[in-house]
Design a protein around this ligand. Structure first.
Ligand SMILES: [Cu+2]
Length: 116
């Protein structure tokens, strides 16, 4: 009988322990939002530079006055944007290095991502 109680107490302690650990596991960092605004003549001040920690979840948001395809080099992600439209490109920055983002058809660099 005493043993049973001891076991129950131990089980209770385990449950309490895991319940306490749960909130930490759910507080994932939100994706890092990288915003690039492209005007009719490209990005004011030149391509935007971003430095990202490797493994970080990011969302590249491109608002563009020009219709084109946004291309993230290295990760090889592509998404069409219409004139005056916005595209969101979510990805995890798993590959270290420096990567250009361009408007593919124009060959216009709009951002440079450094992942390290
Ligand atoms: Cu490209």
């Amino acid at each position: 009988m005493k043993r049973t109680i001891a076991l129950l107490l131990a089980a209770g302690a385990l449950v309490a322990g895991s319940a306490m650990a749960a909130p930490a596991a759910t507080t994932k960092p939100k994706p890092l939002v990288l915003t690039v605004v492209v005007g009719k003549k490209g990005v004011a001040g030149g391509p935007k530079r971003f430095t990202i920690k490797k493994g970080r979840k990011v969302v590249l948001v491109v608002r563009s006055a020009i219709a084109d395809e946004v291309h993230v080099h290295g990760y090889d992600l592509k998404k069409d944007v219409r004139a005056g439209g916005t595209v969101r490109i979510p990805f995890t920055a798993k590959i270290a290095g420096r990567f250009e983002v361009e408007l593919e058809n124009l060959g216009l660099p709009i951002a440079e991502l450094t992942v390290k």
